[in-house]
Design a protein around this ligand. Structure first.
Ligand code: GLC
Length: 564
């Protein structure tokens, strides 16, 4: 039987996520590309990370930046060619890096050949590749859409006098997984990439793939929460198990499913190794912490509290303590920058916040996922005009507020904290034009703070930079398996400013203290023995202060101790 402590490359690995559009432009079109990633491979390797997750690079009209795929077997021309892709893979293999691609199969682009055929006539052989509701049955039962300007997931299509389903934008029609031909197509796409040498998939909104195709009214038990309903499809686990039997089980690859709507109670159904489904998934409990209930994009009015943050991580750690394995992240291309969101990006607190959060991810159990720029502490851009935003999510939600005569100024304030574009600004490489990302106007504005030390080149020079702290902290995790596999114990769960926990494996015991406060704070830990205590690392310029069992931490200070 597989144990949580079993070793595995995807458990021990550290993931670095690249949003290729924003990483490095080499052609001068203002858009990042695969040659740009190739150019930066030595840098990525130098960080100490092991696995690159690349956001979608397939042919796409880019209604949702590549999450609307028109051809699963070719590379988006803006990003390069298949030859570039193969060169990237070879370069990664030479450096011992693994590549995880994005698999987007809940939906395709409406410009995919399957959908063009499907919408052409009711008797087209591709008709059943998607979900259609004939208009003579009346208006279909309400389904909510993430990016639709009317919030409606059914779009009427005149050609065949029917509605098609799209949980995301109108240009992202949902595939019909009930159809075995669709599933076979998906299996073949996965094999195509695995046979090229790809090491795994991050599976986009995988919890949404199964639908009750009678399309009933939203059952009452979901209390109006469409996300829970969407992730509770009747055949979800049959499909995932089939993916394993037909494809995944035949390769040494990793899978991490994006799983909105999946709570603690269902976690092991996905990742208990004996069930043969996925290796890991991303839950959304932390991402919902600073949002209004059931409002994924609306910032909560009161601010989040540290005990809530601890509770989420402690419960999720517990769920995978014996079976399965966790994945842990603080930001990605869909959520704002971690230092702005969970720390404090003001000049005085930025450094400690960014490094404290890195310390957190690298001392928790579960595979840590970092997002490009997190290693140098990139921050939210906080655009204050709708004209600056590119993301379909912000742009279309703005239109909804406008159509409803709502408060547009309040909307923009919300987006300064919530918009996905905060996390999509170009990588900050150096102090040259456009932060060294591109010589031409970038597709999304560069954050001006690249001139103030938030760039790779400056931080390479400084031994104590956020970047070099990141490298040191990674080396510490790798040198101490207790930080990867050890059991986790939360201390003083109600402390409002300090997150304290231990990690234990065999005779090894580590203590981690993290301040989430703007002020100095202290904690007394009577339950532990500090006779042999050694400080392994601290992010603050001030030496750590402890007297007996009492510790005093500077704002956002992180301290890692080895007690045994
Ligand atoms: C996922 C992706 C997001 C995308 C959506 C639709 O949530 O992470 O970027 O917009 O799915 O594919």
């Amino acid at each position: 039987m597989q144990q949580a402590t079993d070793q595995n490359w995807w458990k021990e690995g550290i993931v670095y996520q690249i949003y290729p559009r924003s990483f490095q432009d080499t052609t001068g079109n203002g858009v990042g590309d695969l040659q740009g990633v190739i150019r930066r491979l030595d840098y990525i390797k130098s960080l100490g990370v092991d696995i690159i997750w690349l956001n979608p690079v397939y042919v796409s009209p880019n209604d949702d930046n590549g999450y609307d795929i028109a051809d699963y077997r070719n590379i988006m021309p803006e990003f390069g060619t298949m030859t570039d892709f193969e060169e990237l893979l070879t370069g990664m293999k030479q450096r011992g890096l693994k590549l995880v691609m994005d698999l987007v199969v809940n939906h395709t682009s409406d410009e995919h050949a399957w959908f063009e055929a499907s919408r052409a006539s009711r008797d087209n052989p591709y008709r059943d590749y998607y979900h259609w509701w004939p208009a003579e049955k009346g208006t279909p039962p309400k389904r909510w859409s993430y990016f639709d300007v009317d919030g409606n997931a059914w779009k009427y299509d005149e050609t065949t006098d029917a509605y098609y389903l799209h949980y995301f934008s109108v240009k992202q029609p949902d595939l019909n997984w009930e159809n075995p031909k669709v599933r076979k197509e998906i299996h073949d796409i996965m094999k195509f990439w695995f046979d090229k040498g790809v090491d795994g998939f991050r599976m986009d909104v995988i919890s949404f793939i199964s639908k009750d195709t009678d399309f009933p009214e939203l059952p009452q038990k979901y209390g109006g929460d469409f996300v829970s309903f969407y992730s509770d499809g009747p055949k979800l686990h049959d499909y995932l198990h089939e993916l394993h039997t037909e494809v995944l089980g035949k390769y040494d690859v990793m899978t991490v499913g994006e799983a909105p709507g999946i709570g603690l109670d269902k976690a092991l159904d996905f990742v208990d190794a004996e069930r043969k489904e996925l290796n890991m998934f991303f839950h959304f409990d932390l991402m919902a912490l600073d949002r209004e209930e059931n409002e994924v994009f609306l910032m909560r009015k009161d601010s989040w509290k540290l005990p809530e943050f601890k509770k989420i991580h402690s419960e999720w750690d517990q769920v995978f303590a014996r079976k399965g394995w966790g994945s842990i992240y603080l930001n990605n291309h869909d959520f704002p920058r971690s230092v702005s969101r969970w720390g404090n990006d003001s000049v005085v607190n930025w450094y400690n916040s960014a490094t404290m959060l890195q310390t957190f991810l690298l001392t928790m159990r579960g595979t840590p996922y970092f997002y490009y720029g997190e290693e140098i502490g990139m921050t939210n851009i906080k655009f204050d005009s709708i004209a600056d935003y590119q993301d379909i999510n912000t742009v279309n939600r703005y239109k909804i507020v406008q159509n409803e005569g709502g408060d547009l100024a309040a909307f923009i304030e919300n987006e300064k904290a919530a918009s996905r574009d905060n996390a999509r600004t170009p990588m900050q490489w150096d102090e040259s034009t456009n932060a060294g990302f591109s010589l031409e106007r970038p597709w999304l504005q560069v954050n001006e703070n690249y001139k103030e030390g938030i760039n790779v080149a400056d931080q390479e020079e400084d031994h104590n930079s956020v970047l070099n702290y990141f490298r040191k902290m990674i080396a510490i995790r790798k040198a101490h398996p207790v930080l990867i596999h050890g059991s986790y114990r939360l201390l003083q769960e109600n402390h409002e400013h300090i997150y304290a926990y231990t990690r234990t494996l065999d005779e090894h015991l580590f203590l981690i203290l993290l301040s989430f406060s703007n002020n100095r704070s202290s904690i007394t830990l009577n339950e532990l023995d500090f006779e042999e205590a050694k400080l392994v690392i601290s992010n603050d310029v001030e030496a750590e202060k402890h007297q007996g069992k009492s510790f005093e931490l500077a704002p956002y200070q992180a301290c890692v101790y080895r007690l045994l």
